[in-house]
Ligand binder design. Structure first.
Ligand code: CP
Ligand code: NVA
Length: 308
């Protein structure tokens, strides 16, 4: 059966742990794993902009012995004049896997419906599961594990990062709290799904409004931009209601001693996070960014093995 990573909950708790173990091994043995030798090709398609995802997949596929085909879809017929399912079906005749950054989750689901090779979500409006694998690898490195640790996300709690923290954090057995202003809560379906996962892993899930209550005793404090790609002209005030959720020294002081700070980057310094915190001792954002490379090599390898 072809396995995809469209949302964080496409990996069971045991599978997520396997992928993170493999990622740690791949990081330690940087160029030793070549499952794409041949080389086999992987299509990496972008409907939206990217720096980290684009370069880390390009480099990672090459490190696995494969041939990356990184394409901006605007210069192709992708999604125009044929169905996305047909595009997925065609690409599956050329490549070993498809990596896609796009808008609605319905778009990537449609590609996967036509594909006979693994499809990996490189960010959609709803989720960012590759980022979460990197984040959890970073938490393991810095906190000695994920189970029982408290992970708090503050900011736009309706966005892809918040929803991925809920699903992937619960899968990793973490106590996940997300907090954002009124009108910026996660999809209730995602919260319910995360609660169900947490019930099986010993984790927990809470959606809060008060940033200070949310951050209290956090082991991991995460945030993200208040304006995600595609939301620039949505007519909402994406500054004023978010100001109490800024990750600054005052808010960080409510976290547990030794807490780490995550940000998927790019960071809007002075908005969702201050320079003081981003460049300070709690910040692990550049390790987190590096871990994209290792985590993506691992999940690509795992899905190819499972789909063989
Ligand atoms: N964190 C992340 O996905 O960065 P890019 O948008 O630069 O790929
Ligand atoms: N929430 C952000 C993440 C960028 C990596 C966005 O979707 O633009």
């Amino acid at each position: 059966m072809t396995r995809h990573l469209l949302r964080d909950d496409d990996l069971s708790p045991a599978e997520q742990a396997t992928v993170l173990d493999l990622a740690a091994r791949m990081k330690a043995e940087r160029f030793a794993h070549r499952p794409l030798a041949g080389p086999r090709s992987v299509a990496v398609l972008f409907d939206k902009q990217s720096l980290r995802t684009r370069i880390s997949f390009d480099a990672g596929i090459a490190e696995l012995g494969g041939h990356p085909l990184v394409v901006d879809t605007q210069v192709t017929h992708f999604g125009r004049g044929e169905t996305l399912a047909d595009a997925g079906r065609v690409l599956s005749r050329y490549v070993a896997a498809i990596v896609l950054r796009t808008h609605g989750d319905d778009r990537i689901a449609e590609v996967a419906a036509g594909a006979s090779v693994p499809v990996i979500n490189a960010l959609t409006d709803g989720f960012h599961p590759c980022q979460l694998l990197a984040d959890l690898l970073t938490v393991r490195e810095r906190c000695g594990g994920t189970h029982g640790r408290t992970l708090v996300y503050v900011g736009d709690a309706a966005n892809n990062m918040a929803q991925s923290y809920l699903l992937a954090g619960a899968t990793a057995g973490m106590h996940v709290r997300v907090a954002g202003p009124d009108g910026f809560d996660p999809d209730p379906e995602v919260v319910a799904r995360a609660e169900k996962i947490a019930a099986g892993t010993g984790g927990s899930v809470r959606v809060l409004r008060d940033p200070v209550a949310a951050v209290r005793d956090a082991d991991v404090l995460a945030t993200d931009t208040w304006t995600s790609m595609g939301q620039e002209d949505d007519g909402l005030d994406r500054i004023t209601p978010f100001l109490p959720y800024q990750v600054n020294a005052e808010l960080l002081a409510h976290a547990a001693p030794g807490a780490i700070v995550l940000h998927c980057l790019p960071a809007h310094r002075g908005e969702e996070i201050t320079d003081e915190v981003l460049d300070g001792p709690a910040s692990v954002v550049f390790d987190q960014a590096e871990n994209r490379l290792h985590a993506q090599k691992a999940v690509l390898t795992y899905l190819l093995e499972q789909s063989a």
